[in-house]
Design a protein. Structure first.
Ligand code: NIG
Ligand code: FE
Length: 410
């Protein structure tokens, strides 16, 4: 199957030299070609070029008219919790009335509230709700996404969540990776140490045996899990081939960055309370620092040090954190705008953070995250736009006109 995409005003996010991630100054180029064409063969990018240099030859089974719009690689959202039941707008009002995230959690709200809702929701209904959210973000341009468990907090309900993600992987044209986040909060009625033991002795082995998760995550933060507990859980998961992606430094500088780097984490995420020493710890590591500006926006909290990390020569990814408590939105275009406005990333840097570096944070950057020969043809076509910078600048303007996943319009 050969497809030609023509009438492209700007083809953006092109990768010329294969790189698994972009670091520091490399992030400032989001390569473009004006008046371009693009071809797809059997679901992968085959070739691209400028019209001035000549159109591609041969016959095509299908032509997609970009109608003078821009073509961008799909967003790669490397941190979400979109399998959840219902919603938590009551806590939204509590927060406006002055309660903190931690106070709400201590009163049995927060994650435990979602765990109760999830327990009382059937697997089919959970799948239906999660697919609706996935469809919503696909329409907004996301084509590669990580989804975590973590609202089960007991073996059966964690497995239920992970089976829902498995079903989503099977039916969706978007690329999905799954993360086991049993250590999201201590289950109601259990002591911290009994719950950590349950995760290590029962949950991790069962998730491993059933091959239900690609990664392991722990909410390593003040009031949740300690670095020592985190290390033990990561070691147990490593024996089942689950690489870490850690929730670190959201509420306080928690030691999560150090533990993550030590255990070869693919990413450490949140980082709102990160210190200078932790920037040093990340230098020279394989770990992708991932900032979640939508969370800072919604919780009215400080933003992660995206600018500082890029200036220090590090890679940075941005992700949505779409979840019912701290970030009820998976709009990656808005995340890119916030990264620019609140973290002072340049538009090109934020776009790279939301595509190629997001793909790296899911272990998928050989196949996703840029327009490059051989990569999976996941991209979106925009309405006509004056420039790439317009994307984060026009921070509420919808721009996605057509979505193409695995080479097919959907
Ligand atoms: O990433 N920080 C921990 N977990 C989520 C929030 C989960 C919730 O409140 O439901 C987060 O922000
Ligand atoms: Fe999260």
């Amino acid at each position: 199957m050969r497809t030609l995409i023509n009438n492209i005003k700007t083809l953006a996010g092109i990768e010329y030299a294969p790189k698994l991630r972009l670091q520091g100054k490399e992030m400032s180029a989001f390569n473009t070609i004006d008046d371009a064409w693009l071809t797809v063969e059997d679901g992968r990018f085959a070739a691209f070029g400028s019209v001035a240099d000549g159109m591609p030859t041969g016959t095509f089974d299908q032509t997609i008219d970009a109608e003078g719009g821009m073509v961008l690689p799909s967003w790669c959202d490397s941190h979400t919790h979109i399998v959840f039941a219902g919603s938590r707008e009551r806590e939204f009002v509590d927060k406006i009335n002055g309660l903190s995230y931690e106070e709400i959690a201590r009163r049995g709200g927060g994650i435990l509230n979602s765990a109760d809702l999830l327990h009382n929701t059937s697997e089919d209904e959970l799948f239906r709700q999660a697919m609706q959210r996935l469809d919503e973000v696909i329409r907004k341009g996301t084509g590669c996404i990580e989804i975590k468990s973590g609202y089960g907090l007991n073996l059966e309900d964690e497995l239920k969540m992970l089976r829902v993600i498995q079903r989503m992987k099977e039916v969706s044209p978007a690329k999905i990776v799954s993360t086991f986040l049993g250590a999201h909060a201590v289950a109601r009625g259990m002591t911290q140490s009994d719950y950590v033991k349950l995760i290590i002795d029962e949950m991790i082995p069962e998730v491993g045996r059933q091959h239900l998760a690609d990664f392991i995550d722990v909410f390593c933060d003040r009031g949740f899990f300690t670095p020592e507990e985190t290390a033990r859980m990561l070691e147990a998961a490593a024996t089942w081939g689950m690489r870490p992606k850690i929730h670190a430094d959201e509420l306080a500088s928690s030691g999560g960055v150090e533990i993550g780097v030590k255990h070869g984490a693919l990413s450490v995420d949140h980082l709102e309370s990160m210190t200078e020493e932790e920037i040093d710890i990340l230098r020279g590591s394989e770990t992708m620092p991932t900032v979640l500006p939508g969370t800072s926006f919604f919780l009215n909290m400080p933003y992660g040090k995206g600018r500082k990390m890029i200036d220090a020569g590090l890679s940075v990814a941005v992700a949505s954190d779409y979840n019912p408590g701290s970030t009820p939105s998976g709009d990656m275009k808005f995340v890119v705008s916030l990264a620019c406005i609140k973290m002072r990333l340049l538009p090109n840097e934020a776009l790279n953070a939301a595509t190629i570096n997001g793909a790296y944070a899911m272990g998928e950057s050989q196949n996703y995250g840029s327009i490059a020969k051989g990569k999976v043809a996941n991209f979106f076509i925009t309405t006509p736009l004056p420039s790439v910078d317009f994307i984060p600048y026009a921070y509420t303007t919808p721009i996605v006109k057509k979505v193409v996943l695995m080479g097919k319009e959907c």
